[in-house]
Design a protein around this ligand. Structure first.
Ligand SMILES: O=C(O)CCC(=O)C(=O)O
Length: 267
């Protein structure tokens, strides 16, 4: 999609931009297939990163589901992350031309990638992701990083689609520690009645400033809700504070932003 000044204005003022039908056809079916293989534990890392490699990427489990091996693996997973350093498919999807084009137009620069995540919300027992700003997970950057979130299944109010507070991206708000999620916003920091739902069809994507307050509710439906997400930075991104991550375990390598190759003809 060509980004025009109206789209850029919306992104700057509201902190997000929804692009319908961003990934389509065989690219979407391949993402669907690879996501299931990943969730089922059937993909293993193919490339090392700074001398280190997790067995099955990073897997975070739904509460009390890790050892419930009577259930299929994919129904026990909450999220899996940091695949793109370790697997060529995830490197390729993260730098898909349709995604790259929107991000480079919004940043008006080349693009760096920091992380990728498959967010699973299993039918009936997928729990909520509470209100947060992703900027709370890493030290200050200028400009702010950009989040991308793509529906692989229909994302509805019933199955826990993303909710955002438009315009909430300009101020860093106070968070507290949370045992499952890491960081959670104090609710009195925000005007909760301004929260809106972003329902999506498979292949629709949302790009949002990492400071945008967002959440997703539990899955109350009979269908699981899968999403592919990634975090990007502008080519000229500056770290205003020493880089230290709070999301991953101590023994992990120092993940950081890395320039990705522009697709042919993109620049
Ligand atoms: O997919 C979800 O349920 C949560 C997504 C989220 O919190 C994020 O993209 O930062």
């Amino acid at each position: 999609m060509d980004i025009d000044s109206q789209n850029r204005k919306q992104f700057e003022q509201e902190g997000y931009l929804v692009v319908r039908n961003l990934i389509t056809g065989s690219d979407l079916s391949e993402l669907d297939r690879m996501t299931d293989l990943l969730l089922d534990g059937k993909l293993t890392p193919e490339t090392g990163y700074k001398g280190w490699m997790p067995d099955h990427f990073y897997t975070f489990w739904e509460p009390e589901m890790k050892d419930r091996t009577d259930k299929p693996r994919r129904e026990r997973v909450r999220l899996m992350s940091n695949m793109f350093h370790h697997h060529p498919y995830f490197k390729a999807i993260g730098s898909h031309p349709a995604i790259y084009q929107v991000i480079s137009s919004l940043f008006q620069s080349g693009v760096q990638m920091f992380s990728d995540t498959v967010f699973m919300k299993p039918a009936r027992h997928g729990i909520e992701a509470g209100l947060h700003q992703d900027t709370s997970f890493w030290p200050k950057l200028k400009p702010n990083a950009m989040n991308f979130w793509l529906a692989i299944d229909p994302a509805t109010i019933e199955n826990g689609c993303l909710h955002v507070i438009p315009g909430s991206h300009t101020v860093d708000l106070r968070h507290h520690d949370h045992p499952i999620q890491g960081n959670l916003l104090y609710e009195d920091e925000v005007e909760i009645d301004k929260l809106i739902s972003i329902e999506m069809d498979p292949g629709d994507g949302i790009f949002f400033n990492s400071g945008l307050v967002h959440k997703s509710f539990p899955n109350r439906s009979d269908h699981s809700r899968r999403a592919y997400a990634a975090v990007y930075g502008a080519e000229n991104l500056r770290h205003l504070e020493p880089w230290k991550l709070s999301t991953l375990a101590e023994d992990t390598p120092d993940y950081n932003f890395e320039l990705i190759d522009p697709p042919a003809g993109a620049r």
